[in-house]
Every structure is written in C-alpha cells, then in structure tokens.
Design a protein around this ligand. Sequence first.
Ligand SMILES: [Zn+2]
Length: 191
Amino acid sequence: MSDFKTEWEQNVQIPDLLLSLGVDLESEALEETPRRVGGAWEELLQGYTLDANDILAATFESEGHGPVICRNIEFSSICEHHMIPFFGVCHIAYIPSEKVVGLSKLARLVDCFAQRLQIQERLTKQICDALVGELEEYTHDLAPNGVLVITSARHLCCLGRGVRRTKMDFICVSQSGAIYPQLYNILMGGV
Ligand SMILES: [Zn+2]
C-alpha cells in the first residue's frame, strides 16, 4: 500500500491531466489538488488490498438453519468504464449450513469488492461467489446452503453526463443454491 501511495505522490500524470483540461495549477487553491487526488484514489480503490478470505475467516456455530438477512448495506464503487462513482445498497441473504459470520463482516465483504474499478454486475456476483466459497480461491468454512445478493445503485456516469438520467436505478441479482422465492420479496422490499 505504501508503495502505491509513493507512486501516486511522485506521479506527474495527474497534473498533466488537469493541465490538459485547462485547469490553472498555479492557483493557490489547486496546487495541492494532484496530491489530494492521489490520496483520494488510494482510498477509493483500497479494496485491491483486501482479501475476502480474511474477512470471512472468523465464523461461528449456527444456532439454526433459517435465512440470515442483511439489508441496506451502503456501498460506493467506481465504474471501470468512466472512472466515475456509482453508489447504492446491497442486500444479502444466506442460508447457513453449520456456520454463520458476523454482520460487520458482510459490510466489509461488500467494501472489499466495491472499492475497486467495477461494473455492478461483477460486483454483485463477486459478493455472492465469495460467500458461496466453492471456488478454488476461497478457503473459509461458511459453506452456506444458499446465497442471494441484490444490489441497487445509481451511476453518476449516467446522471451528470451521457444519457443524463437522474432517477435511473440499476438492480443486479446473483444467487446460488437453495433460495426460497420469498427471500426475493424480503430483499427487494428494501430496494
Ligand atoms: Zn460508467
């Protein structure tokens, strides 16, 4: 991470970009802007330094087998096509087999994938895949019987430019395993 920061601090491309857009970097108010931009991007993309396995490593014995539901997990991500934010909420439901994971871990899991250059479809699927844990790269023992993830977001690249729609929500769904239809209603009720 520190190497990344140093790279940003030494990077001349941010001033170049601003200058090419006609920004006066001689202005006192803007002289620190390239450095601030570097710091902001470091924070916005810190998901690359996080590992979903670490986040899901601490699990607890499940007391039951009913669905575990967490709605309205706010997130902010960056559209990989325009490098402009999209933001919204993520709703997660999973059906435990033997183990459950702490609620705060679900929010951290969302951040782990949201704080990267993303498309919302992939973000939704990555959160689902990480919880399912069946892919080779996941080593946690949560092993849920089913997972449902729904994200709802607004994309600034469609609000302030391009098609310029201010009320357009974009909803993506990813599911795996045994999911009852009622879970869709419960999660979508919060969308
Ligand atoms: Zn975009």
